[in-house]
Design a protein around this ligand. Structure first.
Ligand code: ZN
Length: 594
C-alpha cells in the first residue's frame, strides 16, 4: 500500500463483530411492524401516525446498513467468503422486511388491505401533513395508485411478467451470450472473440482497419439473428405499450417518466432541444477528421484516439486541488467533501480483487457516505474523484431529512457531481500549458458528452418512433430502416455511416430491458450542465441556489425544487444552456486547432 493510498473502514455501518446482534434486533423490529399495521385506521390520531412513520424510517436505515455492509465489503474484496455470507444473510432479512412492510405501504396508497378500513383521500391528506418531511414521498406513492390496477388484475400482471417479459429478456441474453465475434482487419489474420468488451476495445484503436473490423465483427451476429431480435423486441414493445394503456398512462414513454418523477413535457423538450443541437457534434466530427488528417470520419472512427496524456498527478496533490476548487465555489461544499476523508470512508486506489470504476454510496443521513475510486493519476481520474466527492457532498447537504426523503430523485441526482466535475475540468484546462494537451482534453470531453448525451437521446427518439411503427405492424426491415435513417439524421453529412449500423438497435440491450430508460443517463447530466451554465452567467449569487437544490434531497418533486430557484425544467431555453456549454468547448477547440 503506497503512503497516499486510503482504504475505507466499514465499522461505521455495522461495528466489527456486531453483525449478529444487529440482525437479532432487526428481526425483532420486523415483528413490531405487524403491531403497527394492526393499529392502522383512517381516523387514527396524527401523533400515532407520526410515531409509526418514524419507526419505519428508522427501520429503513437498518435495512440500508445491512444491504451496504456486505456489498461494500465485496466491492473491495470480491473473493471474501465472509462478505458473501453477510451479503446473502442481509438479502434474506431484507425480503422479510419488504413483506412485513407491504400491507402498510398498500394501506398508505389507499388500496384495500384485509382487516383494515381503506385510507380515504381526506384522511390521507390529514395524516401526511403531520409528517411534513415525508409528505411529498407519500403523496407521490399515493398518486401511483391511480396507475395501479385491482389486486386480482395486479396478480395476473405479475404472473404475465414472469411468463412473458422476463423470459423474453432471458432469451435475448441467451441468443447474444452465445455470440462469437470474428474480428478480421484487412490484411491480417482473423481472431475470434468471445466477449463484446474484447471487440469494443478496438473502437479506440489507432488503426482505421481495426476500428472498422471491430464494428463489423460486433454487428455480424446481430445481422445473422436479426429476425429473432425482431420477434423479441416486437413482443416486449407491445407488452410495454399495453401495460401503459391499462395503467392509464397517456403514452408508452409517460410510464417511464412517472417512475422517474419527471413531467412528460420536460422529456419532450429535452429530446427536441437535443435534436436541434445535433449540429454541434457534427461540427466536432468534421474537426476531428481534420485533426486525424482524414477527409471525412466514418462511423467506425468517432472514438479514434488522437493524443495520449503524458503527465500524471499524485493522489495527495489531486485531493488538495479538488478541495481547493470546491472551497472557492463554496466553503460548505469543501467541508462536506473533507468530512468523507476525515471519516475514513474513501477507498482510493486500484488493487487486486477490487471492483473497477467508481461510486458513492449513501447509507443513512446519519452516516457519512462511502466512496470507491480507482485513482490512476490521469486527468479523468482527477475528475472522477471530484464527481464522486460531489455525490457525497450532496448527500451531506440533504442529511437533515429522514432516510427516504434524503435520497435524491433521479433527475437531480447528478447536480453536485456534475458541477464538481465541471469546476475541476475547467481548472485543469486552464492550468494546462501545452495547446496540444488542451486540445486532447477538449476532444475527449466533447467526445464523452456525445456518447452520454446525444447518442442516448437518439436511442430514445428511435424507441418512441419504433413503438408506434410496431403497433402498425412494421416488419424487421422497416425497423432497421428507421434506425439507420435516424442515425444518419443525427450525424448529418459529417460522418459516413456504413449499412451494417442498421442492426445496431438489436445490440442496445436497454431498449429491450428498460424501455425509454436511456434518457435517464443524460437527463441528470444535462440538467446539471444547464445549472452550471446559469452559475457561469450569474456568478456567485447562484451558488446559494445550487446549495438550496442540494439540501432538498428528494423531499420535493424535482420540478418544484427547480421552481424554487426560478427554473422551469419544461422550457427549451433552460436545456439549451447545457448545449451552450458544449458549444463553448467546441469553439475553444476550434481556436486551438487553427
Ligand atoms: Zn454520478
Amino acid at each position: 500500500m503506497s503512503k497516499q493510498e486510503l482504504q475505507w473502514n466499514l465499522n461505521d455501518i455495522i461495528a466489527r463483530g456486531k453483525f449478529d446482534d444487529f440482525t437479532k434486533t432487526f428481526e425483532k423490529n420486523i415483528l413490531k411492524l405487524g403491531d403497527y399495521c394492526k393499529a392502522l385506521s383512517p381516523a387514527m390520531p396524527e401523533e400515532s401516525f407520526r410515531q409509526m412513520m418514524s419507526f419505519t424510517e428508522r427501520l429503513k436505515e437498518d435495512v440500508n446498513r445491512l444491504g451496504a455492509y456486505g456489498s461494500l465489503w465485496m466491492s473491495v474484496d470480491i473473493n471474501s467468503q465472509d462478505a458473501m455470507l453477510y451479503k446473502s444473510r442481509a438479502q434474506d432479512l431484507m425480503v422479510s422486511h419488504t413483506q412485513a412492510l407491504m400491507p402498510i405501504t398498500q394501506w398508505l396508497m389507499g388500496k384495500p388491505v384485509e382487516g383494515l378500513r381503506r385510507l380515504d383521500d381526506t384522511n390521507a391528506q390529514r395524516l401526511f401533513k403531520a409528517v411534513p418531511d415525508l409528505e411529498y414521498v407519500l403523496d407521490h406513492q399515493r398518486r401511483g395508485a391511480v396507475h395501479t390496477l385491482e389486486q386480482d388484475v395486479e396478480k395476473v400482471m405479475a404472473r404475465k411478467k414472469v411468463t412473458g417479459a422476463d423470459p423474453l429478456n432471458e432469451i435475448y441474453n441467451l441468443v447474444s451470450d452465445g455470440f462469437e465475434y470474428r474480428f478480421k482487419p484487412k490484411g491480417k489474420k482473423e481472431k475470434v472473440f468471445k466477449t463484446q468488451s474484447q471487440v469494443r476495445a478496438y473502437f479506440y484503436s489507432s488503426s482505421p482497419a481495426e476500428r472498422q473490423a471491430a464494428y463489423q465483427a460486433l454487428f455480424q451476429p446481430y445481422r445473422e439473428n436479426i429476425s429473432k431480435f425482431y420477434v423479441i423486441y416486437q413482443a416486449l414493445s407491445k407488452d410495454w405499450d399495453q401495460d401503459a394503456k391499462d395503467r392509464n398512462f397517456v403514452s408508452p414513454i409517460a410510464m417511464r417518466n412517472f417512475y422517474n418523477q419527471v413531467p412528460d413535457k420536460a422529456i419532450e423538450t429535452l429530446l427536441q432541444v437535443s435534436a436541434d443541437n445535433a449540429g454541434i457534434y457534427q461540427e466536432y466530427f468534421r474537426l476531428k477528421a481534420r485533426l486525424l488528417g482524414i477527409k471525412k470520419l466514418r462511423r467506425y472512427d468517432i472514438y479514434a484516439p488522437l493524443e495520449k496524456q503524458r503527465t500524471s498527478m499524485p493522489f495527495d496533490r489531486a485531493k488538495a486541488l479538488v478541495l481547493d476548487i470546491f472551497k472557492e465555489f463554496s466553503p460548505g461544499l469543501a467541508q462536506n467533501a473533507r468530512q468523507i476523508f476525515e471519516a475514513g470512508h474513501i477507498d482510493t486506489h486500484p488493487r487486486p480483487g477490487k471492483e473497477a470504476g467508481a461510486f458513492c454510496a449513501m447509507i443513512t443521513p446519519k452516516t457519512t457516505p462511502y466512496i470507491l475510486l480507482n485513482y490512476t493519476g490521469d486527468n479523468s481520474s482527477v475528475m472522477t474523484m471530484a464527481h464522486e466527492l460531489g455525490h457525497g457532498a450532496h448527500d451531506l447537504y440533504a442529511s437533515a431529512h429522514s432516510v427516504t426523503p434524503a435520497e435524491t430523485t433521479l433527475p437531480l441526482a447528478e447536480t453536485a457531481s456534475t458541477t464538481a466535475e465541471m469546476l475541476v475540468f475547467e481548472r485543469l484546462l486552464s492550468q494546462t500549458k501545452s495547446d496540444r494537451e488542451k486540445r486532447a482534453m477538449l476532444l475527449e470531453k466533447i467526445g464523452d458528452s456525445y456518447a452520454t448525451v446525444m447518442r442516448q437521446a437518439y436511442f430514445v427518439k428511435f424507441e418512441v418512433a419504433a413503438h408506434q411503427l410496431l403497433l402498425q405492424g412494421a416488419k424487421e426491415s422497416q425497423l432497421s430502416d428507421l434506425y439507420l435513417k435516424m442515425l444518419k439524421e443525427q450525424l448529418g453529412s459529417s460522418v459516413d455511416v456504413a449499412d451494417e449500423f442498421r442492426y445496431e438497435w438489436a445490440y442496445i440491450a436497454h431498449i429491450f430491458k428498460t424501455p425509454f430508460y436511456c434518457y435517464a443517463y443524460n437527463f441528470g447530466e444535462l440538467l446539471s450542465m444547464a445549472l452550471y451554465a446559469r452559475y457561469k452567467k450569474e456568478g456567485r449569487s447562484f451558488v446559494p441556489k445550487i446549495e438550496k437544490i442540494l439540501s432538498y434531497g428528494g423531499s420535493q418533486s424535482p420540478e418544484l425544487i427547480l421552481q424554487q430557484v426560478g427554473i422551469d425544467m419544461c422550457s427549451a431555453s433552460f436545456w439549451q444552456g447545457s448545449y451552450d456549454v458544449v458549444r463553448g468547448w467546441l469553439e475553444e477547440l476550434k481556436r486551438l486547432s487553427k
